[in-house]
Every structure is written in C-alpha cells, then in structure tokens.
Design a binder for this molecule. Structure first.
Ligand code: AMP
Ligand code: FES
Ligand code: ZN
Length: 309
C-alpha cells in the first residue's frame, strides 16, 4: 500500500529519513532539509540574519545544496558565492558552469578565483613536484588559502562550506585514529578567524548526510556537477568512511552518535592543547606557524618546477 507523507498527510511519500523515522513527500522533504540547516545554524550560532555570509561553492551537490538552502532558509541574509577554478581540464570548466547557473537563478553575487589566471598554475602542475601523488592534499592546502583571500575580497564576515555529516565523521575518525588532535579540533562547526579581518568558518551541513544533500538537489532542481575530479583518489579518509558505513550496519543513528561524541571531545582537547603562536608569512602576510606558510611553500615549489621562479 502506498505510504502517505507523515507531515502533510496529503501527498504520497517518496523519501524515508531513517534516523527520524519519517516518510516524506518531496515538498515536505525540502522544508525538512532547509529547517534542519536553519536549526544547525541557530544551534551553533553560526551567523546572524544581518551578516554577510560567503558560501564556498565547488559545484558539487553539498555546497550547491547549501547555497540554495541558505537562500531560502534565510531570505534576509546577504549571501555571496565564492568559487575556486582549479584549472583541471574539462572538470573545472564544468564545475564553474554549474556554479554560474545556480547563482544566476538565485541572484547571488559570485566571486571567482581562477588559479591559472591569477597565479599562473593549475592543480595538475603539481604533478611536476614531490606532491605528484598527493594532488588532493595539495589542492586542499591551496583551496584553504584561496578561500581566505576570496573572503577578504568579497568582504564576508563568515565563510560557509558544504562539509556533510559523512565527510566530517570520516575525517574526525581518521584524525582520532592517528592522534591528530589539532586537525580534529579544526573540524568544529564554528572556527573563529585566524587573525583580525579574516572570516569565521562555519559548517551548516554538519548534520546533513550526503544522500540528503543529493536528494535536496534532485527534488529542488538545484544544478550540480556530474563529473568526478580526475585526481580524486581513494585516500585514507575514504577508507575510514567505508569502515564507518560497515560499523553503522542498520543503525541509522550511528553517524550522528559519532559526531556528537566527537563534538563533546573537542572542548576537552582545546582545554589541554598548548597555545600555538602564529607568525606572519613573510611572503603572503597570512598567519602561519612557520616563517613561510604551507601555501607559499607549495607555490614556490610548483613555480620552480615550471621554471617560473
Ligand atoms: P572538499 O574538501 O572537496 O570535500 O570540499 C569541502 C567544501 O569546500 C565544499 O563543500 C565546498 O564548500 C568547498 N569547496 C571545495 N572545493 C571548492 C572550490 N573549487 N571552490 C569553492 N569551494 C570549494
Ligand atoms: Fe582538488 Fe580534485 S578537486 S584534486
Ligand atoms: Zn604565505
């Protein structure tokens, strides 16, 4: 027998949310999702209605769903989209086109940092450096720096990323296994700015499983990339995600439980962690633990490999 939506009781249910034991029709699912994102923003005090919030949009389902849900969940918010074009053949143009399509339909200002145009490199150029087998990791370092730069350019106080529940518990679990406590702490839902004038980092999708972000895009007509990054590799984090999936079995609460325990652990870790003093990178002027920051070190490597340094 067809099941009716548990919220409106009129339409037929098409989606089952196992941890909430909810059968929902598409319209009620879209409302369920945006109100969950809203509640997460409010629970962790990620931003206020009158803030200027930048959303780092890659073109992937998570960050595209995030931008769309924030636009509808917080109609008064001043939103800006920030995109990094990584110069990866075919893939990056495809991602940027999807981002442009979404921002146009939502009437959101878009700021793009194109690695090739602005600094003369692409992520593929790192194949000529010792990072050749770690393109994803070097890409992460480059993106984190560029997000800060884009946030300053776009004058946003808060920078939201689309990290989802599955990503976060897998990365937390990986950091936990290797005792990487500082990296674990950096996954908390709200990270204060590293220095004055820089942005807060927030993760409004911390409680949204990956499949809900996908369903939100599909049912909400939100465009998203249909290609995989050619450099994405089976990193350790992906393996940890599979371990978590297996351990969860048919327990629908498992990932939420893991997340909650890690979130309880973070304040304890922070209390005991030695205070690190940041210096200023001698090249770019951003906060850094060394004289030269990780971003500038990697840039000089790639420029040297390309004969540009
Ligand atoms: P990832 O590290 O690729 O899992 O991405 C995590 C989050 O970082 C995404 O949900 C986006 O918010 C942001 N992000 C990743 N790549 C880009 C990009 N090329 N441009 C803008 N934001 C990005
Ligand atoms: Fe960074 Fe694929 S998106 S290596
Ligand atoms: Zn630097």
């Amino acid at each position: 027998m067809p099941i009716r939506c548990k919220r409106c009781r009129a339409a037929l249910s098409e989606i089952y949310i196992p941890y909430a034991r909810l059968n929902l029709c598409p319209d009620c699912f879209l409302k369920f999702y945006t109100s969950k994102v809203k509640r997460t923003v409010e629970e962790f005090k990620m931003f206020r209605d009158d803030d200027v919030v930048g959303v780092a949009v890659s073109g992937g389902k998570d960050s595209m769903a995030l931008l769309h849900a924030l636009k509808y969940g917080f109609p008064k918010l001043s939103l800006k989209a920030l995109h990094v074009n990584l110069g990866i053949a075919n893939y990056s143009a495809h991602c940027q086109a999807k981002v442009e399509k979404l921002v146009e339909s939502l009437d959101v200002e878009l700021h793009i940092f194109d690695l090739q145009k602005e600094i003369g490199i692409t992520i593929g150029d790192f194949k000529r450096t010792p990072f050749k087998d770690k393109l994803c990791s070097v890409c992460g370092t480059i993106k984190r720096h560029v997000f800060e730069e884009l946030a300053i350019r776009a004058k946003v106080k808060v920078l939201a990323t689309g990290h989802n529940l599955d990503d976060i518990v897998a990365i937390m679990f990986n950091n936990f296994l290797y005792g990487q406590w500082e990296q674990l702490v950096r996954l908390k839902p709200v990270l204060p700015p590293l220095a004055e004038g820089m942005a807060y980092k927030v993760k409004p999708l911390i409680k949204c499983p990956e499949n809900e972000n996908l369903l939100y895009c599909l049912y909400g007509n939100v465009p998203f990339r249909e290609m995989e990054c050619p450099f994405s590799s089976g990193t350790g984090v992906k393996k940890k995600a599979r371990i978590i999936e297996t351990a969860a079995g048919d327990n629908p609460y498992f990932k939420h439980q893991l997340l909650n325990r890690f979130l309880e652990l973070i304040p304890l870790l922070e209390r005991n962690k030695p205070q690190k003093s940041f210096k200023t990178c001698q090249i770019c002027g951003f906060p850094s633990l060394d004289q030269i920051c990780a971003y500038c070190k990697r840039l000089s490597l790639v420029w040297r490999a390309m004969g540009k340094a």
